[in-house]
Design a protein. Structure first.
Length: 53
């Protein structure tokens, strides 16, 4: 999940698309997805730990 917001990956992805100079926009959008996936992973861990013994 941290790889999504890696500056190196964002720079590489932006350099090969038409989003040159908009690294901040890409980071903001991927950061939201990263937070959502972190939340989902936390819910999954809680379910496995306390519900599915």
């Amino acid at each position: 999940m941290g790889k999504m917001i890696s500056p190196q990956n964002i720079t590489t992805g932006v350099s090969v698309t038409s989003l040159k100079g908009q690294e901040g926009v890409v980071l903001a959008r991927t950061f939201k997805h990263s937070l959502f996936l972190t939340f989902c992973m936390g819910v999954l861990v809680v379910i496995q730990q306390f519900v599915l013994h």
